[in-house]
Design a protein around this ligand. Structure first.
Ligand SMILES: Nc1ncnc2c1ncn2[C@@H]1O[C@H](COP(=O)(O)OP(=O)(O)OP(=O)(O)O)[C@@H](O)[C@H]1O
Ligand SMILES: [Mg+2]
Length: 442
């Protein structure tokens, strides 16, 4: 920020800038206000040059991030396809190995690892703004425990972790990956602040009631909130920068991006919550994250047992995915549940197969991203032949189709990859049991 000394006042002048770039009026005002000639104009130009250099650097950083985002999206898409059958097969193995306790434990540990990888995938996608959000009622407690466990293995031994997690906290309506992201960012910041000497990282989770005109010095709407508190005994934040820590790209670290707090603050606000903190130089920091608690009617919480009971069928499924491992895995699952499955690894072959005997299929399940013809293009052709046949599209990421717009795109169901087999089975059953409504407008 350019803050040259003024001759008239003692206070430094601050020049307004749109997008960080001084305007013609800034120069003009500046010259007008400094007629006494005591100010070194060249010094001012040097300031501007430095600031331009900083902006250029920021631009380069942003372009670099964009490039990383593009690259990671491609890799992550393939990785997602690898994870999908791994998670699915593990779930089936766990189900089948149910009576054998010696097998249950290692299998569940592998599944936990695979699920963690799947969360990582989503985080990479969310970094490049490409994640499909899955907003569901989420219990935060197990996530925080998991993050603490992960952090314990990476934090230096001089940091002691204490925790107070209230198991009675209600759920919040969020995408679970965001909770990982929030907790990881705050814990990483706290750990960094304690890197030079012994310290205590205190993590607490509780439910708090914000009252109308209550004593709390927070500006949230009245109601119940889940509050995640992360305190450290580290170096604290100096008064001179305390108002800047949420600014994007503001960092005091050699390798920091300065995006951590700004990103999580945006996430928390998008859920109707907020982040508050207190800190002082040499006296540690205390961050509080508030997210509104959600209330659910008890009949909304479905048990897996019910889902499985209602997922069987004997209808005929046309299954299409360019990844043979996914096809093999899904075919096995659907056949286990009684369905007849015809599968293809090419959308063009699948369409040919469908057109040759359109009356043979009751439902179509296809991947979105496939070479030669996307799942959506195939769905449109299928609907032209038989508008009554339900089509489900599954995807890890697509620019075109998502959870919000799939119906407008003309398909009947949408699934995220990697997903649980129960989700596919439930959706298939739901669509097959739904009475077909003929529409003149379609
Ligand atoms: N617990 C803390 N103790 C001391 N300073 C902190 C703490 N949390 C944040 N800060 C200050 O706020 C700045 C911005 O934090 P933020 O998380 O946005 O970015 P960063 O940590 O610098 O970079 P990145 O998140 O990419 O690692 C930090 O550089 C640090 O100066
Ligand atoms: Mg950070």
């Amino acid at each position: 920020m350019v803050t040259p000394a003024r001759t008239e006042d003692k206070e430094p002048a601050q020049y307004s800038k749109a997008n960080g770039i001084p305007s013609f009026f800034d120069y003009f005002d500046f010259l007008r206000e400094n007629q006494s000639g005591r100010f070194d104009f060249f010094l001012y130009l040097t300031h501007l040059e430095q600031e331009n250099e900083e902006l250029r650097h920021q631009l380069q950083q942003t372009q670099k991030m964009e490039a990383i985002g593009e690259l990671s999206t491609g890799i992550v898409h393939d990785f997602n396809n690898i994870l999908h059958p791994i998670i699915g097969n593990l779930e089936r193995l766990i189900e089948k190995a149910a009576p054998d306790i010696t097998l249950q434990r290692p299998l569940k540990n592998i599944l936990k690892g695979a699920n963690r990888a799947s969360i990582l995938v989503k985080q990479i996608l969310s970094f490049s703004h490409r994640a499909e959000l899955e907003i569901t009622p989420v219990k935060i407690q197990p996530i925080i425990r998991e993050v603490i466990k992960l952090s314990r293995s990476t934090l230096p031994a001089n940091i002691k972790i204490t925790r107070a997690i209230d198991d009675d906290c209600g759920p919040v309506m969020v995408d679970a990956t965001h909770i990982y992201q929030i907790a990881m960012n705050l814990i990483t910041n706290a750990a960094h602040a304690m890197r030079h000497e012994d310290g205590i990282l205190d993590i607490a989770l509780k439910e708090i009631q914000i009252m109308e005109n209550g004593p709390q010095d927070v500006s949230l709407k009245p109601g119940a909130y889940i509050c995640l508190c992360i305190a450290d005994t580290g170096e604290g934040i100096d008064d001179s920068i305390i108002n800047r820590v949420f600014e994007p790209y503001f960092t005091t670290k050699k390798t920091g991006t300065g995006l951590g707090l700004s990103v999580i603050s945006r996430i928390v606000k998008s859920y109707g919550g907020d982040i508050y903190f207190t800190s002082a130089s040499g006296r540690g920091s205390f961050f509080q994250v508030y997210i509104p608690r959600c209330y659910l009617p008890s009949n909304n919480i479905s048990s897996t047992g019910d889902a499985q009971k209602n997922s069987h069928g004997c209808e005929s499924i046309l299954l299409v995915d360019d990844d043979p491992f996914i096809v093999e895995f899904e075919q096995e699952v659907f056949e286990d549940y009684g369905y007849r499955v015809t599968s293809f690894v090419s959308s063009l072959d699948a369409l040919k197969g469908f057109k040759s005997r359109p009356g043979d299929f009751d439902i179509v399940l296809c991947d979105m991203t496939m070479p030669n013809m996307t799942g959506l293009a195939m769905a449109i052709e299928i609907k032209q032949v038989r508008p009554d046949v339900p089509v489900i599209i599954s995807t890890g990421f697509s620019e075109i189709i998502n959870k919000k717009n799939y119906q407008k795109m003309g398909v009947d169901g949408f699934l995220m990859k990697p997903g649980k087999p129960e989700a596919s089975l439930k959706l298939i059953r739901h669509l097959l049991d739904k009475p077909y409504k003929f529409s003149w407008e379609s």
